[in-house]
Design a protein around this ligand. Structure first.
Ligand SMILES: Cc1cc2nc3c(=O)[nH]c(=O)nc-3n(C[C@H](O)[C@H](O)[C@H](O)COP(=O)(O)O)c2cc1C
Length: 192
């Protein structure tokens, strides 16, 4: 049996454009593999906390306080979900020319030295391999051409793409035309 991990990071609830596109991609995966087990993280409803002074050492150090142990336990759980997944679908809308902080906080918990990446002479090396990572992006503006190109963190220097590579994703598929897309609201655009 294969496992699908679904990460939605929009805070817009059911109105979320990226969530609709993610749902279409999930449906496509399920059609191809009806037995797939789906685990969801709805970060806009149930956010992963930001790393703060009380918790930082739990993820990037040695946990000693109860808050640090709790952060370590959450990080362990999120990493276990990643490890178990064969396919990972991430909804990543553009908020203020970057990722939603909900997604950033999740990344801060799963990118852990010795667990999901290691340092090598050639730079950071991902330790999770053989996974298909699908990043679905939405944004209000046009960045593929014209003066907006400089601000196109998604297409030109995608933070999510970079982090996925660090995680050892074998392939990153950024959908311009996701499989079986729902009707697109006027401000939506999914990018390859
Ligand atoms: C807080 C916030 C910040 C946004 N910032 C940008 C932005 O910098 N550039 C842009 O093109 N669109 C921006 N948008 C528009 C969203 O990227 C766009 O509506 C997208 O489809 C939202 O996806 P969602 O509905 O899944 O949250 C912003 C929207 C929100 C709510």
């Amino acid at each position: 049996m294969s496992n699908l991990l679904v990460i939605n990071s929009s805070s817009a609830g059911e109105q979320s454009v990226s969530r609709q596109l993610v749902a279409a991609a999930v449906a496509t995966v399920q059609r191809a593999d009806p037995g797939v087990a789906v685990v969801r993280r709805e970060l806009g409803d149930d956010p992963v906390p930001h790393l703060v002074r009380d918790t930082l050492a739990g993820v990037r150090g040695v946990a000693s306080t109860p808050a640090e142990h709790a952060a370590r336990a959450l990080s362990d759980t999120l990493i276990a979900e990643l490890r178990a997944a064969d396919t990972i679908i991430i909804g990543a809308p553009m908020y203020n020319f970057s990722l939603p902080t909900t997604l950033r906080a999740w990344l801060d918990h799963v990118i852990r030295a010795g667990e999901t990446f290691s340092y090598s002479e050639a730079g950071p090396k991902g330790l999770l391999e053989g996974k298909r990572v699908i990043v679905i992006e939405s944004r209000g503006g046009l960045y593929s051409e014209g003066p907006g190109q400089i601000a196109d963190f998604q297409d030109r220097k995608s933070v999510v793409q970079g982090k996925s590579v660090d995680l050892g994703g074998r392939r990153i598929i950024k959908n311009k035309t996701p499989p079986a897309p729902p009707p697109e609201p006027p401000n939506a655009r999914a990018c390859r």
